[in-house]
Write a protein that binds this ligand. Structure first.
Ligand SMILES: NC(=O)c1ccc[n+]([C@@H]2O[C@H](COP(=O)([O-])OP(=O)(O)OC[C@H]3O[C@@H](n4cnc5c(N)ncnc54)[C@H](OP(=O)(O)O)[C@@H]3O)[C@@H](O)[C@H]2O)c1
Length: 238
């Protein structure tokens, strides 16, 4: 199947490592041009160079309230956008203090909303937006209260914006379960495949292929959807 990605332009935030980079690599392999956003300029330059010719980078901290607008001023029109922001601190509802909640709201919710406000006008007709959420959009994970509270809200952002932008631009959410990235390893645990029906964590490439499909014209009738990439981890079909 031809995904129709050749020559199309995509902005990928959180693009230097993990799920964002895996999505950029899958898009690049199909002939798309990407622009990666992350904070560490050295890792960002290495990641961009590893994709080959025709890819750009913008070093920015998405927690900075002005970052989204300056990214929008730098990039031109886009065929698609991956909204992928850094994950929140772990902790339970009873442990997290006000400052940690404010950081989580700013880093996960507001940074995503700022990207959507700033960049949606630059997405061409027939383009696509994909938000990286989490299985916590549907089921809580122990000790990840900030994610459990904020991701369901972003799932509603997906539905709301999909209705607003249809039929011009498609908007979907993708729900990683446990994909073997630096973030997952930093959250600890000895057996990352424990409780996953597939018996193992996912490879970032397995996530990137699904994300690239959802961003591509091949997914032209998929909008307002939440798509798990979790090896069967979610218990409910809804
Ligand atoms: N991996 C999983 O299994 C999993 C499961 C559920 C949800 N998620 C969510 O998916 C998202 C990506 O996770 P990941 O596993 O790919 O994480 P990762 O391996 O830690 O990669 C995070 C990427 O985002 C960039 N980044 C982080 N904070 C940023 C900021 N403030 N401004 C700009 N760039 C920033 C990082 O580069 P710099 O550090 O250089 O900025 C890096 O490129 C997170 O929100 C995470 O919570 C992941």
């Amino acid at each position: 199947m031809d995904l129709g990605l050749a020559g199309r332009r995509y902005l990928i935030t959180g693009g230097s490592r993990g799920l964002g980079f895996a999505t950029a690599a899958a898009l690049a392999a199909e002939g798309a041009h990407t622009c990666l956003v992350a904070r560490d300029p050295v890792r960002l330059a290495e990641a961009t160079a590893s994709l080959g010719e025709g890819h750009d980078a913008i070093s920015a901290d998405l927690a900075d309230p002005g970052a989204a607008a300056s990214i929008a001023a730098t990039v031109g029109s886009l065929d698609g956008l991956l909204v992928n922001v850094g994950g929140p601190s772990p902790g339970t509802v009873l442990e997290l203090d006000d400052d940690t909640w404010r950081q989580a709201i700013d880093g996960v919710l507001l940074s995503s909303l700022r990207l959507l406000r700033a960049l949606t006008p630059q997405i061409v007709d027939g383009g696509a937006i994909l938000l990286v959420l989490s299985s916590t959009a549907k089921e809580p994970i122990r000790d990840l209260a900030a994610s459990n509270v904020l991701r369901p809200g972003l799932a509603m952002v997906v539905k709301d914006l999909a209705n607003t932008l249809a039929p011009r631009v498609r908007v979907n959410g993708i729900l990683p379960g446990r994909i073997a990235t630096d973030r997952l390893r930093s959250l600890g645990g000895t057996d990352l495949g424990d409780g996953v029906p597939m018996g193992r964590p996912g490879d970032p490439e397995e996530f990137g292929r699904v994300a690239a499909f959802l961003l591509s014209p091949a997914a032209s009738y998929v909008t307002g959807a939440l798509v798990p990439v979790d090896g069967g981890l979610l218990h409910s079909p809804w």
